[in-house]
Design a binder for this molecule. Sequence first.
Ligand SMILES: Nc1ncnc2c1ncn2[C@@H]1O[C@H](COP(=O)(O)OP(=O)(O)OP(=O)(O)O)[C@@H](O)[C@H]1O
Length: 284
Amino acid sequence: MNPSDDVVLRVSGLVKDFHGAGGLGRREARTTRAVDDVSFEIREGRTLGLVGESGSGKSTVARCIVRLLRPTAGTVEFRGRDLAALSKRHLRHARQDLQMVFQDPYASLDPRLTVNEIIAEPLRIHGRYRRGGTERVRELLDMVGLKPEHANRYPHEFSGGQRQRVGIARALALEPQLLVLDEPVSALDVSIQAQVINLLRELQERLDLTYLFIAHDLDVVRHISDDIAVMRGGRIVEAADRKQIFDQPQHRYTQALLSAVPIKDPSQRGTKQRILPDEEDADR
Ligand SMILES: Nc1ncnc2c1ncn2[C@@H]1O[C@H](COP(=O)(O)OP(=O)(O)OP(=O)(O)O)[C@@H](O)[C@H]1O
């Protein structure tokens, strides 16, 4: 078998610019390069952790992959097919195979819909909610550790962790191959984070899923990633397998992400503070 055959996602030279208004009194438009020449690939059944501080461009990469955003340059290949080259109809079809789970389960679930309606929505949109649709919803609820009676409840009746389980069930409804998980546990308590990460690991094993797992904290991706890419200022500054990143980080920014010191302010005792080098210092 050709070694590239099991590559599910290949991102090459991805660039995304946002064009916004200039500052006060300035007429010219200002361009922010949120993603600057990002490349990586993920093989079948593996997880790439994409890590970096807020504003480093992680979500923009995710949104370009699932085509919520159109890249300025570069390619996103899914199973060897460039998504930008697909017709609308083929893109719609391909998008069933790559689904996204969002950070905030409070904001990403429509509060007016029951859990049954939320999970069935992608099935309906893609014409796959036929007879037995309710059975499929029950099956999905079971997969994520929820009960059949949860189907008739509304999002506000659930805890944060349960809501994220609903979000995961919805993402799985169309039997995708790739999940783009954009900070899926960041809004949850630490104890609940571990439960959701364990669930994601079980599902990956059971359904042969491939993950792009985005987080701002290396600790979060430690137990789920095979490989890790560290982003800063729109670029990947270091990418390696998990062991290498944790045992022998090469880039000063990765080293800084791994190091933590107690905050001096006693009112914040128990929390950690990252020491991040200045942009110039971070360049090797
Ligand atoms: N729609 C937009 N219009 C203009 N600028 C944007 C837009 N979306 C993101 N940006 C800018 O792009 C850069 C990268 O943002 P992005 O949200 O991708 O980072 P992130 O690493 O995911 O951070 P966070 O974890 O805070 O979401 C930031 O400077 C951000 O302000």
